[in-house]
Design a protein around this ligand. Structure first.
Ligand SMILES: Nc1ncnc2c1ncn2[C@@H]1O[C@H](COP(=O)(O)OP(=O)(O)OP(=O)(O)O)[C@@H](O)[C@H]1O
Length: 655
């Protein structure tokens, strides 16, 4: 039977995780030998594979399983696109400057960090936080400089005020953050100096396109606009039918004010975004029944506005029917997001969905929820899921004059009476000559009331119309205006967009934190319990001897694993078997097969499972079949144990 795994034998140790990620080159500061640049990271071999595997799972979970239309649009974007989308005016954060050394800090993060540290000091003073040393590294550093006396008792009323401010920290405007900074005497944690009033800073990197420098451009801060601009082609590709979704995985760039949280806040990152287009009158989802029973931990906006952070555990179905989540499609994506995150290794007990508060949400959005994951940095937004209504398609259509609309066939045709005009072209052209077009445009621009007034005036002999600042006289010989009946079999509308937007780096880091633990016997023996679907290497091949007779066997096992679609690596170093397995525990390799002299003689090999360190034995082909099933996720370890007997060491022929 499987040995019990004591994953909580040691408390989470961030320093040890960071040392592991660094030494095994999951990722590292970019341009390090030039001194590095804040917010830029390079991924090494295991980090790159982990990222590729997460993206692969994402593609399977969304693009393949949901039949989404994948696009790959450009990063470099001409300025008019972001002027229209509102990014040039509004894609900004509030920053404050240290009054003495000019260091720049993000205003909401400053308030949040300082109030959290003060609350922590209060808890220590009350003996609630006995183990101050267990505080995350970042906070310990802050405490040393900022909260000089770590254990300070706060007035009860102040504790409540701080908690209420923190519950709503994403909802404050710049001036409100300025008031909080003054009210609570918040100073720079690094220097203890006062800071200026918050000012807005636009996060987009700008550039110019072409050699003249006349065409301004930006590096995109999200992939979404590329989807919207291709809407008509995508709709056509989908045979004119709604709903459908486009999906894109690609790089985005944000000139973050003060990036300090490793992969969680960087200036260049990979996003995976979905734009799901729906009829605004029908936001039901055809597959809602598949996810409606999933229970989510929700943090609704009214709870936050009341200054609280308690979670509501509720099924997606109930949350939608009670109006907590705005509509089925949004609920469907929250449920699917939960399934995806748990599948790749996020602990479901440390995953919540937080609804945006009024100020936080864009004015056009109908509802917005962030999937937040708890890490040693606190609750971190990893996926934003917003109902953006018809905003994006409407503004781009207005600016470009291109219709970005869809049509549905009506079960019953709509019959409508409308006032319309018809020109007597000959008379009209003769009368207005070169000005014909502008007078015609002025009439076309009239709404129904305008046309009715014109009709009345014409009945009385003549009417005046103003075109481009000049008055023109119209008479009944020039045009007729009358009621007509229209029958329409279709309804035309601007689709609404529901957008789940994933930050791959934040998810990847959270997966690493949630899967890291240390063996009971030795805190330094770190393990990454990455699920097989995302683990960089699935199976380690460990030959116990460098004897010539092992060479063809290793080659044979490698080829068979490759054929079975299992990505493996051979570790034929001189290190002891224990060391070789430890190294791979740190890399998150879930399975290891060991080849010993019995393998050469009997054609058997042993299979080791990373978390339990359990070992089983079987014929090489049987073991490979089990590994294949384990990696594909069709069986789990207890089921593997039913197929392979326990290894008691007898068959092994020592080196
Ligand atoms: N600077 C960043 N570094 C890494 N990932 C990011 C960054 N900014 C955003 N993301 C990721 O992109 C996703 C969608 O972006 P969105 O615009 O909703 O984030 P945001 O609300 O601006 O994030 P935050 O409030 O933390 O700055 C986020 O959920 C996150 O996973």
């Amino acid at each position: 039977m499987s040995a019990a795994v004591k994953k909580d034998a040691h408390p989470f140790n961030k320093q040890n995780l960071e040392a592991l990620l660094n030494s095994r080159f999951f990722y590292a500061p970019a341009f390090e030998i030039y001194g590095g640049v804040a917010g830029l990271y390079d991924y090494g071999p295991p980090g790159s594979s982990l990222q590729a595997n997460i993206i692969n799972e994402w593609r399977k979970h969304y693009i393949i399983e949901e039949g989404m239309l994948e696009v790959d649009t450009t990063i470099l974007t001409p300025a008019p696109v972001f002027e229209t989308s509102g990014h040039v005016a509004r894609f900004a954060d509030w920053m404050v400057k240290d009054k003495v050394n000019g260091e720049v800090l993000r205003a909401d993060h400053l308030v949040e960090g300082v109030l959290e540290a003060r609350l922590k000091g209060d808890k220590e003073a009350h003996g609630i936080l006995a183990d101050a040393a267990a505080a995350p590294e970042g906070e310990k550093k802050k405490k040393k400089k900022n909260v000089k006396s770590t254990a300070v008792k706060l007035e009860d009323s102040l504790v409540q005020e701080y908690e209420s401010v923190l519950a709503q920290i994403d909802n404050y405007t710049g001036p409100q953050l300025g008031e909080l900074i003054r009210k609570y005497n918040i100073v720079s944690p690094d220097t203890g100096n006062e800071v200026d009033e918050p000012v807005q800073f636009n996060l987009m990197f700008d550039s110019s396109i072409g050699p003249t420098g006349k065409q301004k451009g930006y590096l995109r801060p999200e992939t979404a606009q590329g989807h919207f601009l291709n809407f008509s082609r995508l709709l056509q590709f989908n045979n004119g039918r709604l709903p459908f979704a486009s999906a894109q995985i690609g790089r985005s760039f944000r000139n973050e004010i003060s990036p300090r949280a490793g992969l969680l806040r960087v200036r260049e990152f990979t996003m995976a975004e979905i734009e799901h287009y729906v009829d605004p009158l029908d936001k039901k989802h055809a597959r809602f029944d598949e996810i409606q029973d999933i229970k989510l931990m929700l943090l609704p906006k009214d709870v936050q506005s009341a200054g609280r952070t308690d979670l509501l555990e509720i099924s997606v179905g109930d949350a939608v029917s009670k109006g907590i989540i705005d509509n089925e499609t949004l609920g469907y994506f929250l449920g699917r997001t939960y399934l995806f995150l748990v599948k790749i290794g996020i602990n479901p007990h440390r995953l919540r969905f937080r609804q945006h508060m009024a100020n936080e949400m864009a004015h056009y959005a109908a509802d917005c929820w962030d999937a937040e994951i708890e890490t040693s940095y606190g609750w971190i937004e990893c996926v934003g899921c917003a109902d953006r209504s018809a905003y994006d398609l409407t503004v781009h259509s207005k600016r470009t004059g291109q219709a970005l609309v869809a049509q549905v066939t009506l079960p019953e045709p709509i019959v409508e009476e409308k006032v319309v005009f018809e020109l007597n072209k000959k008379n009209f052209g003769k009368t207005f000559a070169k000005e014909t077009e502008q007078v015609k445009n002025a009439i076309t621009a009239l709404d129904q009331d305008g046309l009715l007034k014109l009709q009345g005036d014409l009945k009385n002999g003549s009417a005046i119309i103003n075109a481009e600042g000049k008055d023109y006289t119209l008479t009944p010989e020039l045009l007729t205006i009358e009621w007509k009946t229209f029958k329409s079999h279709t309804r035309e509308f601007t689709p609404n967009v529901i957008e789940p937007s994933f930050g791959i780096g934040r998810i990847l880091y959270s997966v690493l934190e949630h899967s890291f633990w240390a063996r009971e016997e030795d805190v330094a023996r770190g393990v990454l319990s990455l699920p097989p679907n995302v683990a960089p290497t699935k199976c380690l091949i460990v030959p116990l001897s460098s004897n010539e007779s092992f060479v063809p066997l290793v080659r044979d096992v490698s080829a068979k694993l490759r054929k079975a679609g299992v990505f493996s690596r051979v570790d034929d170093s001189n290190a002891s078997i224990g060391k070789r397995y430890s190294r791979n525990d740190e890399l998150g390799t879930p399975f290891g097969v060991t080849l010993d002299f019995a393998s050469v003689q009997n054609g058997t090999m042993t299979l080791r499972e990373r978390d339990t360190t359990d070992q089983r034995i079987g014929k090489i082909d049987d073991v490979i079949a089990v590994v294949q099933d384990l990696v594909q996720g069709t069986i789990d370890w207890p089921q593997a144990c039913e197929r392979l007997p326990a290894y008691d060491g007898v068959q092994a022929v020592a080196e």
